[in-house]
Design a protein around this ligand. Sequence first.
Ligand code: SAJ
Length: 439
Amino acid sequence: MSTVKEQLLEKINNKTARVAILGLGYVGLPLAVVFAEAGFKVTGVEPDPRKVQTILNHQSHIKDVPAETIDRLTSNGKLTATTEFSVLQEMDAISICVPTPLRKTGDPDLSFIIDATDKLAQYIHPGMVIVLESTTYPGTTRELLLPRLSQNDNLHAGENFFLAFSPERVDPGRKDWTTHNTPKVVGGITQTCTEVASSWYKQALQTVVPVSSAEVAEMAKLLENTFRMVNIGMVNEMAIMCDRLGIDVWEVIDAAATKPFGFMKFTPGPGLGGHCIPIDPLYLSWKLRALNYTARFIELASEINTNMPRYVVGKVQDALNQQSKPLKGSQVLVLGAAYKPDIDDLRESPALDVMGLLHQKGAIVSYHDPYVPHLQHEGLDYSSVLDLNQAILSSDCVVIVTNHQCYDYDAILQNARLIVDTRHAIGNKGRHNSKVVSI
Ligand code: SAJ
């Protein structure tokens, strides 16, 4: 008589295990696709009916997932979507890919994880494997999910159901590293949980990296993104120090980057945007505060990065002052609103803070971003200027905040009266040009 685990592994290995992905966002939909491509019947369970309808209409709402892929997989019956959690009673393998934002207070917002888990708990049955992918603090899988999923006395993790954590590593827009080929860390509540979850993921992902526990997997993700946040904070402070010393920080970084080992290049900027890097490390520092420990690197880096928009506005004010122009009443054009080049994502974008601070100080603010036609944020309500050249010619100062590749930086250098360049977008041509101020 085969055990529950053996029966589940059999269904995983012959691809008859029914797969459900909770949350069809930039993580969930690509994950649903790779399991469907591997031969599983996959059901996306998504609370937003518009997203569900898009899938059922053989379309895609995620830029990295082509509509043709959704059309093929929905047409051949490998992929479907619903808002109904009740389908989970028929499922065997479930991945939870829901948002983990911060509250206004800066504390983690675990409501999406709790809501998805409580709904799943209504339909969990012996023989199920469940993997949490949402970035969260170490201990979430064991402390928050396990009790909620084990309420039924006959359910025991590692015996008749299996629970693990596997951090998402989706970098929207990236083509070289995808959900399929990016190595995937998997850590279970028990060793058997790790084994079963890894067996499932190995059916669809190129490289699976089992680790000894869910906590190791949760912490690995936080190390990955804390590494970036702290190094960005460090290089932003380098920019401030070089400014005090009258040294070109960009030349310093380029010189340091010639070291072929033991160095990784990061560059200063107007602040830290995105849905991962500025947020994930704060889940870790929040958890450690509850254990009476202050994660000083994270808190210091967050303080420096958060202050960069104010530092940029100070540079604008000083640069205008050099031309005997008060910031108040000056026309200031912000180039680039998205949080990083060549995308349309505004989440946590420092450009929003820069524009808000300029507005507060009385500047006449406009912006241009070919990927962001309109923006509304904390009282700001702007549309991207239609005639970029005219806007540059009529501005007292142009602030390059996001260095989209599509901009003609030579033309900007020629036509602008004054440029504050937060991304070294003008490059060396601006190095000895009195109208270019670099951060
Ligand atoms: N930034 C700097 N200086 C740098 C690098 C980034 O100021 O040297 C700024 C960016 O302008 C942006 C923010 O930091 O505002 C975050 O930039 P990012 O390059 O880290 O981009 P993200 O937020 O899209 O990070 C994602 C992450 N992917 C996941 O979390 C799954 C990250 O782990 C990836 O390393 C990163 O993409 C990447 O490499 O592109």
